[in-house]
Design a binder for this molecule. Structure first.
Ligand code: SIN
Length: 279
């Protein structure tokens, strides 16, 4: 996914935008995130984020202030709904450290998921900056487009799912005290207006309007369908790379193939603005 002028998206002129796959992901170039961005660059970046659902940056050695400034172009900084045993605080309360090494019990996020969909208002997105990566590769992240997954359903299945709701529970993952929320199975993105599938294997427990057996069968199908390779892209991290995903229309999964090597970085999360909207 290096910069590739042949596949550059010519809709953008202040920044370079190189799609990573037909359905999701673009690498952004001609940008310096250690400096404040002008209005044109900011507008194009927002457009690229909505169009590609996850955007990537290379060779950006950002400070905590740079990291937060990028996030604040897009919304209000938020906090994780659970008590994370994986991430830790830094000297800056806005930024959390994500560090994995030989002492780490497991890699967080190693099953496809939408971040904290158990919240009534799940996060808008997250920006992960990794400065240190395993020396022999590994630790890639997969992203999947829930727009493309929805579009690929048959018309009859779309009609069937429309209007159903599902329960999302944070307790099995984050323990007691984490929230639990019902969301529509098919939602509408608040900015693009496009429809997408909103269930994920980590947090979605049951489709409320179905029996246990029916719900299990439909959810099993949707979990597999949502993560098919046709609508995913794979980000190969390098030191000082950044991934910024729209949590409202994507799922992601961190590949756990590198321990005991070190993978280390920082992450900020953006608050969502509304509960997922019925389609
Ligand atoms: C996650 O947020 O689930 C982890 C993403 C990553 O570490 O690549």
């Amino acid at each position: 996914m290096d910069s590739d002028p042949i596949h550059q998206d010519r809709e953008f002129s202040s920044i370079s935008v190189n799609p990573c796959s037909p359905n999701i992901g673009a690498e952004i170039g001609s940008i310096d995130l250690t400096q404040p961005l002008n209005d044109d660059t900011r507008d194009e970046l927002k457009r690229a984020f909505i169009k590609y659902q996850v955007i990537f940056f290379r060779e950006q050695q950002i400070s905590f202030d740079d990291h937060v400034r990028l996030a604040e172009y897009f919304g209000v900084l938020g906090a994780h709904v659970g008590k994370s045993t994986i991430s830790s605080t830094t000297e800056d309360p806005r930024v959390r450290k994500f560090h994995y090494d030989a002492t780490t019990p497991r890699v967080s996020g190693d099953v496809f998921h939408t971040d904290q969909s158990c919240a009534k208002v799940p996060p808008l997105g997250s920006i992960l900056y990794n400065h240190t990566l395993p020396p022999n590769g590994g630790g890639d992240t997969l992203f999947s487009s829930m727009y493309a997954a929805y579009d690929a359903l048959s018309t009859r299945m779309k009609v069937y799912l429309d209007g159903l709701t599902a329960n999302h529970d944070g307790v099995p993952t984050f323990g007691e005290g984490t929230p639990n929320a019902d969301h529509p199975v098919i939602v509408k993105h608040p900015e693009s207006g496009k429809k997408l599938i909103y269930v994920n294997e980590v947090f979605t427990m049951k489709i409320n309007e179905l029996s246990e057996q029916e719900s299990k069968s439909i959810l099993d199908f949707l979990f597999r369908h949502c993560t098919r390779p046709e609508w995913t892209c794979r980000f190969r991290w390098r030191p000082h790379s950044i991934a910024f995903w729209d949590n409202r229309c994507t799922q992601h999964m961190a590949i756990s193939d590198y321990l005991p090597s070190i993978r280390s970085g920082y992450r900020v999360q953006l608050d969502g603005e509304s509960s997922p909207l019925p389609a």
